[in-house]
Design a protein around this ligand. Sequence first.
Ligand code: GRF
Length: 215
Amino acid sequence: MGDKPRVVSFLASGRGSNFRAVAGRIVAGKIPGARAGRLVVDNPQAGAIAAAREMKIPVDVVDYADYGKNRRSLFDAAILETLRGHSPDLIVAAGFMKILSAETVNSFPNRIINIHPSLLPAFPGVKAQEQAFQYGVKITGCTVHFVDTGLDSGPIILQKALTVGEDWSLETLRREILKLEHQALPEAVGLVCAGRVTVEGRRIRVRAPKKWWSF
Ligand code: GRF
């Protein structure tokens, strides 16, 4: 990627803490080479909307309830059309709870990234922290990966790990993983926007900056 700031669009469904973690840093000028685009949400109750308003980031609501399961293809088409309208260089799925259609994924090759709260390929899908907790793993964490047409299966950009405390509850685990997510996602966005990420099939090469951004 060149010198022009990269336009970063966002997809979110819920609370929006990862959206806030990335967009907040972009707006504060802490992610060189990135410019905040727009946020797309799939429900009008998403907490991410309030965060976007605070940061003066425009929001597009593509309400899943207007479509429903039977009209899923229309919802997918609306998401794709909305994203195309942003002309984004990068799309960050920050807690977006719908699987993107193959057409959407293929329209933005290696330009959509997702944050997942486990060390993939372990525990893909929903309730990843709960899956890891129930399994009894001693080490877990989070993964930022490019989105492909599978479920949480795209090439991995970066991962952050933690050791599960002996006395941790599921809530503690969720909270500690979330802290890592809030570091990992801005870092990954920074790396991609700085042109430091090269995709070679499944293997991603990351050229770390001389001076790492401190998030
Ligand atoms: C995060 O745990 C993320 O990893 C997962 O969904 C959750 C979203 O949380 N994909 P938030 O809306 O960013 O607070």
